[in-house]
Design a protein around this ligand. Structure first.
Ligand SMILES: *[C@@H]1O[C@H](CO)[C@@H](O)[C@H](O)[C@H]1NC(C)=O
Ligand SMILES: *[C@@H]1O[C@H](CO)[C@@H](O)[C@H](O)[C@H]1NC(C)=O
Ligand SMILES: *[C@@H]1O[C@H](CO)[C@@H](O)[C@H](O)[C@H]1NC(C)=O
Ligand SMILES: *[C@@H]1O[C@H](CO)[C@@H](O)[C@H](O)[C@H]1NC(C)=O
Ligand SMILES: *[C@@H]1O[C@H](CO)[C@@H](O)[C@H](O)[C@H]1NC(C)=O
Ligand SMILES: *[C@@H]1O[C@H](CO)[C@@H](O)[C@H](O)[C@H]1NC(C)=O
Ligand SMILES: *[C@@H]1O[C@H](CO)[C@@H](O)[C@H](O)[C@H]1NC(C)=O
Ligand SMILES: *[C@@H]1O[C@H](CO)[C@@H](O)[C@H](O)[C@H]1NC(C)=O
Ligand SMILES: *[C@@H]1O[C@H](CO)[C@@H](O)[C@H](O)[C@H]1NC(C)=O
Ligand SMILES: *[C@@H]1O[C@H](CO)[C@@H](O)[C@H](O)[C@H]1NC(C)=O
Ligand SMILES: *[C@@H]1O[C@H](CO)[C@@H](O)[C@H](O)[C@H]1NC(C)=O
Ligand SMILES: *[C@@H]1O[C@H](CO)[C@@H](O)[C@H](O)[C@H]1NC(C)=O
Length: 402
């Protein structure tokens, strides 16, 4: 065999292997719904070797202890630190714990539910209470769920470039998925310092029918963090989508529990390749969390503010309720505006009472994009980049059907 055809053969062989690897890492929607569906044996319909989290199993001597756990984190810690694929099914309940996923292999967390398309039917809440309301520890330690390979990679740090993550840090989880889970940081019912529900760095993660609840810095997408959310709900008051990485939210709700800072607070990064790190909120609703808070925040909440001058975020084709300030985005602060020609705080096709073109133009801080400007960002494949190379189109870890 000529070496040319041998390498072509290896190429095809490796491609086939990688297709199998990809297929084996994902559940079809039917398989997932079958696993989530309440059945007498909860694992009926689940993939082989699915782990079960059942708090009642602690007092049940007939439970198969090799695959049943009373806490979610104990199930996560039982998994090997390798590239194998795992699924964890979680029974209804309130789980007072902190989750930390460092393993690289694909991992899917599912809650048991008869209504996977209904967020309000979610019956699993993971609740932790922590905030950095003194400066004595990093925001990373407050999060309900952390997906990152190392502690260093998850640290927010300070200054315009944040924590310097060691250069040899590998990609952590390559395909983390969560369905129908609520993550709540219940430290206080007002902004009392960074209080994370989600922290993702050096990892590729996606969320379907999930809720993230806190007041300040609810969702942190750190360096090389990629997160995709669909049919989710994120609640907050201050800078509640923040970070360095790439976040795409669609068909979801952003709930304003009051106003403070902005919704998005991003830090841009200089790289040798073009990057599109930023927060993209598409085809979603931005509104007051309830009618009593709605009356108090009319025209007061900002879409975002620049954590550094290279902030990039876009709100596109969203419904905005009357809570949004006429200028849309705002400066970081009066004394430290952090706005320059690098700052990209933009909107395209937003509508509803919170959309005010006169206010946006007069405010002179929001970029109102035309269709061709939005086109450069208009789908996940145009913004999610491959780890370290920066090549676009890294979306194989997103569930296309959920
Ligand atoms: C217990 O669970 C393990 C892992 O899923 C499985 O291999 C084993 O057959 C189960 N044992 C019984 C008695 O069900
Ligand atoms: C104990 O576990 C077994 C097997 O999973 C289950 O059939 C049974 O209903 C459980 N009993 C209680 C009291 O939860
Ligand atoms: C997982 O796969 C990646 C990419 O193929 C590889 O670099 C890494 O060494 C593997 N990790 C483990 C723990 O096997
Ligand atoms: C999960 O969050 C949704 C949306 O806020 C809510 O309707 C549902 O009651 C919550 N469930 C639990 C168990 O917290
Ligand atoms: C931290 O938060 C707690 C609870 O809200 C509060 O009692 C305390 O005063 C706060 N401390 C600081 C330094 O803000
Ligand atoms: C997550 O787990 C890793 C490995 O045990 C640990 O080094 C790290 O400190 C944990 N991260 C957080 C934020 O607690
Ligand atoms: C973590 O990063 C800091 C720099 O932020 C460095 O000083 C420290 O040595 C790193 N620790 C580890 C265990 O890599
Ligand atoms: C409305 O939302 C605010 C902010 O979360 C909360 O403090 C208040 O209790 C809520 N009111 C009602 C009636 O739910
Ligand atoms: C990136 O480069 C620009 C232009 O040199 C500079 O103004 C900016 O401060 C740099 N940003 C970061 C985060 O290093
Ligand atoms: C911002 O302006 C500086 C100085 O005019 C220029 O060098 C730089 O390329 C501009 N940056 C962007 C993102 O346009
Ligand atoms: C729109 O913005 C302009 C300029 O800030 C302001 O005068 C006007 O009241 C706003 N309209 C509404 C409906 O908020
Ligand atoms: C708008 O802001 C830019 C800086 O971002 C400034 O150069 C320009 O003069 C401002 N325009 C108006 C009309 O205030």
């Amino acid at each position: 065999m000529a070496s040319g055809s041998r390498s072509a053969f290896s190429f095809y062989f490796l491609s086939i292997l990688s297709i199998f690897a990809t297929l084996s890492s994902t559940l079809s929607t039917e398989q997932r719904h079958a696993c989530q569906s309440p059945t007498p044996n909860p694992l009926t319909g689940c993939p082989p070797n699915t782990l079960l989290v059942d708090p009642s199993s602690a007092s049940n001597s007939t439970t198969n202890s090799t695959n049943v756990f009373t806490t979610i984190q104990s199930a996560i810690l039982s998994l090997p630190h390798d590239n194998s694929t795992s699924t964890i099914l979680i029974l209804p309940g309130l789980y007072p714990e902190q989750l930390n996923i460092t393993r690289p292999g694909p991992l899917t967390l599912l809650s048991q539910t008869a209504s996977p398309l209904s967020l309000s039917s979610n019956a699993v809440e993971i609740l932790f209470r922590s905030a950095t309301n003194t400066s004595s520890f990093d925001n990373a330690f407050t999060s309900v769920l952390t997906v990152a390979p190392t502690l260093n990679s998850s640290l927010t740090g300070s200054g315009p470039t944040g924590n310097p993550v060691p250069a040899d840090t590998p990609l952590g989880n390559s395909n983390f998925r969560a369905y129908n889970l609520n993550f709540t940081n219940g430290f206080a019912d007002y902004s009392a310092g960074p209080s994370l529900a989600l922290s993702v760095s050096y990892a590729q993660t996606s969320f379907y029918g999930c809720a993230f609840k806190s007041y300040q810095d609810t969702v942190y997408i750190g360096k090389w963090g990629s997160a995709y959310m669909r049919a989710c709900e994120v609640s907050g008051q201050t800078d509640f989508l923040y970070g360095f990485g790439t976040l795409w939210i669609e068909d979801s709700s952003l709930l304003l529990r009051s106003c403070g800072g902005g919704i998005t607070a991003w830090k841009g990064t200089n790289t040798t390749y073009a990057n599109k790190f930023g927060a993209y909120i598409h085809a979603s609703a931005v509104r007051a969390a309830n009618s009593s808070i709605a009356e108090q925040i009319v025209g007061k909440c900002a879409l975002g503010r620049p954590w550094n001058a290279q902030h990039r975020s876009i709100f596109a084709e969203n419904y905005l309720d009357a809570s949004i300030i006429p200028s849309g985005y705002i400066d970081w602060s009066a004394t430290d505006p952090r706005v320059s020609n690098w700052t990209f705080m933009a909107e395209y096709g937003d509508f509803g009472p919170g959309w005010n073109l006169t206010g946006r133009v007069e405010g002179n801080v929001t970029r109102v994009l035309n269709e061709s400007q939005w086109e450069a960002y208009s789908s996940p494949a145009k913004v999610f980049q491959y780890f370290m190379s920066g090549e676009m189109g890294n979306v194989g870890w997103i569930d296309p059907d959920a």
